[in-house]
Design a protein around this ligand. Structure first.
Ligand SMILES: [Mg+2]
Ligand SMILES: [Zn+2]
Length: 207
């Protein structure tokens, strides 16, 4: 039975359209198709969190204030569609800084778990990069999903995942080192699948 209560999301290429080192709030666009399954899951008690690498800050390409403006715009767009984030954690460092919070390091998880009392066995992670998957595997999450938006297609090739057929929106993958449990066309497809899988749980509670 699926008992996912916490959904961690990568930002760029997963929740919003990939923009190279996004620092302009006007360019924030939600990936289509997420609102309906998101609201269903939220109605069942799921909470959503952001875990995002923002090395553009450490590389001096934009400031922390720019990030906060983009984040405020993201929250506004989510709110407009009836969604909200329960929390967000960011890594502002460049790779050369060798911090422990840049995914696939698990620092962002430790920060969120400590602050909000989260459990890895009830947590799912969705992202468009192998680093997001390695982060989820290292933290011991219940499941991980690679989405094929953003950098997802290249990353799926790098991981050697079998390509989705044209009619397929999500696939449950066999357990292999470094592989996600699910490969989904977009975050919306992954969340919709989670809605179906947790429906049983929902019914069980009502009986
Ligand atoms: Mg990403
Ligand atoms: Zn960091």
């Amino acid at each position: 039975m699926t008992t996912i209560t916490t959904i961690l999301l990568d930002r760029d290429g997963t929740l919003i359209e990939e923009e190279h080192y996004l620092s302009d709030p006007a360019l924030v666009r939600l990936i289509p198709g997420i609102a309906t399954p998101w609201k269903t899951l939220a109605g069942r008690g799921c909470r959503f969190f952001l875990a995002t690498n923002q090395s553009g800050i450490g590389r001096g390409l934009f400031s922390r204030e720019d990030y906060e403006k983009v984040h405020a715009r993201l929250l506004e767009l989510l709110r407009d569609h009836g969604m909200n984030l329960s929390g967000a954690a960011l890594c502002p460092h460049a790779p050369v800084e060798n911090c422990s919070c840049r995914k696939p390091g698990t620092g962002l998880w430790e920060e969120l778990a400590g602050k909000y009392g989260l459990w890895p066995e009830q947590t799912a992670m969705a992202g468009d990069k192998a680093a997001d998957i390695r982060f989820g595997l290292a933290a011991g999450f219940a499941e991980t999903a690679l989405v094929l938006s953003g950098h997802g297609r290249e990353e799926a090739l790098k991981l050697g995942l079998p390509p989705l057929a044209d009619h397929e929106n999500i696939r449950h993958l066999p357990v292999r080192p470094g592989w996600p449990r699910y490969q989904a066309r977009t975050l919306g497809h992954y969340l919709s699948d989670l809605v179906q899988r947790t429906a049983h749980q929902d019914n069980a509670h009502r009986i």
